[in-house]
Design a protein. Structure first.
Lengths: 351, 322, 422
């Protein structure tokens, strides 16, 4: 215990004392955990609740389910209740059926005698239990691996293409002086102004002309040209000193080699950030794939999961489980890449 | 990783080496730009140009050839207002409601976003324990899809949600957060800051870490107060990064759509209907689809954004050229 | 060695699959549903495939949004599926394949009658375009148990909206229930009550007007009910634009006394309410315009751009046969639009007692549909009119506009729509 305290209270100066700014800092960080992580944890917990439990107010932290009991003569397990009033007070009874305000119940120990109980007198017996059926129901209904593969393929290809193409452009825009550079830069920033949502129809028509409808490439290629990436990488590459390039040129390194052996590694932190963003954009994309892909075998995970959403109904239990399912892979990717961002920033930042 | 990429890079090097030997280094830039420009040309500029043409046509046909030319009628219809500050006096009242909603939203959202990401970046830049973990914590929401973000908060804010449960425990009345126009708007701002703050924090953090240590050590020698150090050293040196953050936050702020659409649907009424939702509903989701009107609105939007960006870049022109 | 065998088999499989699809005539159906519709349809088409060697019917189950938003753009661009389950019946008419040359007109006319008109471009069009797979009708459900607990008498079949509002309020008060009434946030849902109130929707020449005194009067009532807490604000005021929101969850949880929705909720309520409380279908309240709900539903249509029109037509004709159609209606728990099936009564095999009663009640409601409601459902711009209603009525509910202003706006919106779609 003492170790933990000393670990927690160790400060930057290593004097073993927290000054007030440290308290503030940690206070802020703890609030950050609560505010940033809390909602997501709540979502995951909720996704394991039954529909009935989800609608409970006030909500409970852990998922509960009603206790049931198998009784001879009944096909389905019966729900158990504590009786807290009336003639049968204190007994544990199983529900057969309920008509209006009166329920027919039996004692599982003596299944022959049917008892009448007022519904005001009962209290369901519950225990903590994960409603895994929210998830299994989704798996039963479709070919999960196929959609996972489509989503992964689109995400990986689009990210790779985008990183390469954007970093090349950013390199040209940050390290060369040529006529038309400002124009190109303005055009790039200009395309930032119009989001994809706004040009869906023209974009769809172009994609059709290129014969990319109903193909995964129709999702990958149009998404690869993002101005944000060029803009971000360029701003980062500007800060790389020109002397490094000049030195390499002295050594007769070709420009391409300078780009990929020097500039790319030095831009790693920015590229890592962009990679995470690109993965997230492609993985979470919904509207554009919805228009381009109309045949089930090409569907992404997001599309497939949403095809349970009919015109008229939304059901929280399935919706929450679906959400957690699509969130999982991206959380894994993040855990993996986040190390790279951290080290990348640390290694370039210190100098 | 390296060994798989290396052969690919060597193949790409061949055309580059060729061009470099023929045309020289400076013109090589165009070759570096080419793939990106081609993609941009086809999938960004061309749609925008087509969008211009759509803006000049009317009707509900999808194909440009089938659409009657109407000139500036769509723009006129959008701008037909007795008083632009009162949407009720306009022919397209919903457009102007969306505009003013967006203006307020952007002002609040960008302000809070930049403020909080700077604060968070400064905190994360201190010598703290488990910095990687905390960085992850603040960045995490950026990864969530807009629909998920909306869903999480809708789930917490609903009538029987976590927040109302908390209020009741503390002895307060429940609040119907998303049924009150002001609350719904405030939560929209909150939600969008919550979801995107991590991204800007990360950029600012990178900027902070690029500031050389010795500058701070000099300040420490001079016994400058922390506030003074922040104002005289940190802020000026952070200015180029701040510019990136401001430009991006502003543009993205104006373009806010998915998460709020999934969160409130633009309601109650039109209290959280922003400009992109208006365009989307007019041109794509609505019935009939008025592509022309939507395209005209999007062009007005792009012009305003371009103007704002130009002003920002001009005001910071020292820093852009790097 | 093992790898090699695997590789060869895989290669052979890919190769033969390729060869097969080259010779097979592939038909794609875009389907979306709230219940088991797509599954059952898939099974039925599999039987069709057995009778037609070489035909491969592929079912693409898509999000509803795809049918609503992407499909029209795809069709306009000349792409898209061969068939689809659609809800915008009249709006997509330009792309429909006319089945008349391929099928027995008399059979279709006598079986589906006026419903065929919903798919037509205009009254003088006599094409056969759509197979109405599921007929829906709007109307109300009540939580019977709450009425019993409160000791309030359930209003009779001729009760007006005011009677119901009063009874629901009394029940909610006595039982401490959160919401007396709720109505789905949809222009389609509010249309039935407005017509019951006397709204004409169309003028004498059949041109749409949407707003008249009776319509305004109903909207005013509707807004007042939101103000005094009779209607659940969460449903209409909780959303913006023309997005849809229902109150099924509130009803299932027993938080709602009177829920105006439609027949499609029956299966869901049966499954999810179970023994929790007794519920009952009470149809639509009455007014001077009758006691009408809005009919609706979705239908299967074929598209002109298909490469195999004769197969598309054969498939639709197959599904339209009485036996097959009856099986579909029965298994998906829907009201049949096919006359013979309806008069024989669809066989809702395995449905619980409350569900079977509910479906029977819904079937009987079809006879109360007013001709105006019927015409409204078949009007090609009705989706635009529904959207306008939702948008503007919501603004009145949340107080952005007064009812008069909202109705003026609605009229202007409609005029603009008509001008654009001439």
């Amino acid at each position: 215990m003492g170790k933990i305290v000393s670990f927690m209270t160790r400060t930057r100066a290593g004097k073993g004392q927290m000054d007030w700014t440290d308290w503030l800092t940690y206070g802020y960080l703890c609030m950050g955990i609560l505010l940033m992580f809390g909602p997501v944890v709540w979502l995951v917990l909720s996704s394991f609740k039954t529909e009935a439990d989800l609608q409970r107010f006030p909500p409970r932290l852990l998922p509960y389910a009603q206790e049931t009991v198998e009784v001879e003569g009944y096909d389905e397990p019966l729900a158990l209740f504590d009786i807290v009033g009336g003639d049968h007070e204190g007994r544990k009874l199983a529900l057969i059926r309920r008509v209006g305000l009166v329920a027919q119940m039996i004692d599982p120990a003596a299944p022959d005698e049917r008892l009448r109980v007022n519904v005001a007198d009962w209290q369901p017996i519950e225990r903590v239990s994960l409603a895994v059926e929210n998830y299994t129901l989704l798996f039963e209904r479709f070919n999960f691996l196929r959609f996972l593969w489509n989503s992964t393929f689109i995400t990986v290809m689009a990210t790779a293409i985008m990183l390469l193409v954007n970093s090349m452009a950013a390199f040209a825009l940050s390290k060369y002086k040529f006529r038309g550079r400002t124009t190109v830069l303005i055009l790039v920033i200009g395309t930032l102004m119009i989001p994809q949502t706004v040009v869906l129809v023209p974009l769809f028509l172009i994609t059709r002309e290129l014969g990319m409808l109903n193909s995964l490439w129709g999702v990958i290629i149009p998404g690869a040209a993002t101005p944000t990436g060029v803009f971000l990488l360029r701003q980062y590459m500007i800060t790389i000193p020109d002397e490094i390039l000049d030195a390499a040129r002295m050594d007769k390194a070709s420009e391409w080699k300078i780009f990929w052996r020097i500039i790319l590694p030095l831009s790693a932190p920015a590229i890592a950030v962009l990679a995470i963003l690109a993965i997230m954009w492609r993985w979470n994309d919904f509207l554009w794939p919805l228009i381009v892909l109309s045949e089930t075998e090409n569907f992404t995970l997001q599309l497939a999961l949403n095809s349970f959403q009919g015109e008229m109904s939304t059901q929280w239990s399935n919706l929450l489980a679906m959400t957690v399912l699509t969130l999982l892979p991206i959380a894994l990717v993040f855990m993996f890449l986040q190390k790279y961002i951290a080290t990348g920033i640390a290694s370039t930042g210190g100098k | 990783m390296y060994s798989t990429v290396a052969p690919v890079m060597r193949i790409i090097e061949i055309p580059f080496a060729f061009v470099q030997s023929r045309l020289g280094i400076q013109r090589l830039a165009w070759l570096f730009l080419a793939p990106n420009l081609i993609l941009f040309g086809v999938f960004a500029f061309l749609p925008i140009i087509l969008n211009f043409l759509y803006a000049l046509t009317g009707g509900d046909q999808v194909l440009l050839n089938d659409r009657p030319f109407v000139g500036g009628a769509n723009f006129q219809s959008l701008a037909n207002c007795e008083n632009v500050f009162d949407p009720n006096s306009c022919e397209r009242d919903l457009f102007w409601r969306a505009i003013w909603n967006s203006v307020w939203f952007v002002v609040l959202q960008v302000g809070l976003m930049v403020g909080f990401s700077l604060l968070t970046a400064l905190v994360l830049n201190r010598d703290i324990r488990a910095r990687g973990f905390f960085r992850g914590v603040f960045f995490f929401p950026v990864l969530l899809s807009p629909v998920v973000v909306a869903l999480i908060w809708k789930w917490i804010l609903q009538r029987n949600g976590l927040l109302n449960a908390g209020l009741e425990v503390m002895g307060y009345e429940r609040v119907l957060w998303l049924l009150d126009r002001h609350w719904a708007f405030a939560w929209s701002v909150f939600l969008s800051v919550w979801a995107h703050m991590g991204f800007y924090t990360l950029i600012l953090l990178a900027g902070l870490q690029a500031i050389p240590r010795d500058v701070y050590e000099a300040a420490l020698m001079d016994r400058a107060s922390p506030w003074r150090t922040f104002r005289k050293i940190t802020l000026p040196l952070l200015a180029p990064t701040m510019l990136v953050v401001l430009v991006l936050a502003l543009i993205k702020g104006v373009q806010t759509f998915d998460e709020i659409y999934a969160f409130t649907g633009g309601g109650p009424g039109s209290a959280t209907t922003f400009i992109i939702q208006y365009i989307y509903q007019t041109g794509f989701a609505g019935a009939p689809r008025l592509f022309g009107l939507a395209a005209a609105a999007s062009i007005l939007l792009a012009l305003v954004l371009a103007l704002l960006t130009a002003v920002q870049l001009w005001a910071n022109r020292r820093n852009v050229d790097g | 060695m093992k790898h090699k065998i695997l590789a060869t088999t895989a290669f052979a499989a890919v190769f033969s699959a390729g060869a097969l699809s080259a010779s097979a005539q592939e038909i794609r159906i875009m389907c979306t549903s709230d219940g088991a519709e797509c599954e059952v349809l898939d099974e039925l088409t599999t039987r069709f495939e057995a009778d037609h060697p070489g035909v491969d019917v592929v079912m693409d189950v898509v999000p509803y949004q795809a049918v609503l938003e992407s499909l029209p753009v795809q069709l306009a661009a000349g792409t898209g599926p061969d068939l689809a389950m659609v809800t915008d019946l009249g709006g997509l008419n330009p792309y429909y394949l006319d089945l008349a040359p391929y099928v027995d007109r008399d059979y279709w006319e006598s079986s589906f009658g006026d419903v065929l008109g919903w798919y037509r471009a205009s009254p003088d069009d006599d094409g056969i375009y759509g197979l109405h797979m599921l007929l829906t009708i709007t109307g109300a459900y009540i939580n019977r148990t709450l009425f019993e607990q409160a000791g309030v008498e359930v209003p009779g079949p001729d009760a007006s909206w005011d009677d119901w509002a009063e009874a629901s309020r009394a029940v909610a008060e006595a039982t401490d229930t959160t919401f007396p009434m709720a109505m789905d946030r949809s222009g389609h849902r509010i249309a039935g009550p407005a017509i019951s109130y006397g709204a004409k929707i169309f003028d004498e020449d059949g041109e749409p007007i949407l707003v008249d005194d009776a319509f305004t009067a109903y909207v005013q009532k509707f807004v007042d009910w939101h103000e005094d807490g009779t209607m659940a604000r969460d449903v209409w005021a909780g959303q913006g634009g023309d997005s849809y929101r229902d109150a099924a969850q509130e009803f299932i949880n027993g938080e709602l006394v009177y829920y105006y929705s439609g027949s499609w909720q029956t299966g869901r309520f049966d499954e999810q309410i179970g023994d929790f409380f007794d519920w009952q279908v009470v149809g639509s309240p009455c007014g001077e315009g009758g006691c009408t709900g809005m009919p609706g539903g979705s239908g299967l249509v074929g598209f002109k751009q298909t490469k195999h029109p004769e197969i598309v037509a054969a498939l639709m004709d197959y599904l339209a046969q009485q036996e097959i159609y009856a099986e579909f209606s029965g298994r998906t728990r829907n009201i049949p639009a096919h006359r013979a099936v309806a008069s024989a009564g669809a066989d809702y095999e395995g449905a619980s007692e409350p569900a079977a009663t509910a479906l029977k009640t819904w079937g009987a409601q079809v006879g109360r549909v007013s001709p105006i409601a019927f015409a409204y459902q078949g009007y090609r711009n009705n989706r635009a009119m529904f959207n306008i209603t939702v948008q503007r009525a919501t603004q009145a509910v949340v107080g952005e506009l007064t009812v008069e202003e909202a109705m003026e706006r609605a009229e202007a919106d409609l005029a603009a729509v008509l001008a654009e779609t001439k």
